[in-house]
Write a protein that binds this ligand. Structure first.
Ligand SMILES: C[S@@+](CC[C@H](N)C(=O)[O-])C[C@H]1O[C@@H](n2cnc3c(N)ncnc32)[C@H](O)[C@@H]1O
Length: 208
């Protein structure tokens, strides 16, 4: 846990009372503006179940937001065992273990109709209908369109009206993933939100 993080994160940390430091990693942690969008989604939408692709600072922020909201449970998919341990330790430092479950989800060969990706093993993720999905992994360097499988793979676990927040949406791969999702799921609404690295909010089709 670090206290020497960029100033951009300080308002969020003060607002959420994260005074013991945060699991911040340069170039890897979600941006402060994206994290602000996650907090708003939790506080305004009060989703009962939240799924996130990749753990870390985002998990701590989501768990704290759930605690503040008084409702919600975070289910975090993390492929790296060392990051599973680090995120669990950060949650424990703030007593937030009951608000988030970090699952070791190794990347597996995942065939979809249009190709095969390395993507999270979902065997530890219980059946659910999540009201919020945060997508910040797997890392983009692993393969083209690394985050594309999120919707095909999690479709059966999303509630109608689920809010989906995609980080790094300014990158070409993420733009293409959004275009493919919209072609595959008619009725999927997409809206760009203000964020330095780009953020797209999608609404899963159906009644909210
Ligand atoms: C973009 S990071 C997302 C981190 C998380 N959402 C957060 O806000 O901290 C995606 C994945 O990269 C991996 N990762 C995190 N830090 C890393 C590092 N310093 N070097 C290599 N991989 C890292 C982890 O497996 C993590 O799930």
């Amino acid at each position: 846990m670090r206290q020497d993080y960029p100033d951009a994160y300080r308002p969020l940390c003060e607002r959420l009372g994260l005074d013991q430091g945060i699991p911040y990693t340069p170039n890897w942690s979600a941006g402060a503006d994206f994290l602000e969008h996650l907090v708003e989604a939790v506080l305004a939408g009060r989703p009962a179940q939240i799924i996130e692709c990749s753990s870390g600072l985002s998990t701590l922020i989501l768990a704290r937001a759930c605690e503040r909201a008084g409702s919600g449970m975070v289910w975090s998919l993390e492929h790296g065992a060392e990051y599973v341990a680090a995120t669990r330790a950060a949650l424990a430092a703030y007593g937030l273990q009951d608000w988030a479950t970090v699952m070791h989800a190794p990347l597996r060969s995942t065939p979809l109709g249009e190709g095969t990706w390395q993507w999270y093993d979902l065997s530890r993720l219980p059946p659910m209908r999540a009201g919020l999905l945060a997508i910040d992994g797997p890392p983009g360097f692993l393969q083209p369109l690394s985050r594309y499988p999120a919707l095909p793979m999690l479709a059966s676990r999303l509630a109608p009206g689920c809010q989906i927040l995609l980080d790094d949406a300014g990158r070409e791969d993420e733009r293409q993933a959004v275009a493919r999702w919209r072609a595959r799921y008619p009725g999927l609404e997409a809206q760009a939100l203000e964020a330095e690295r780009g953020c797209v909010r999608l609404l899963w089709p159906g009644e909210g």
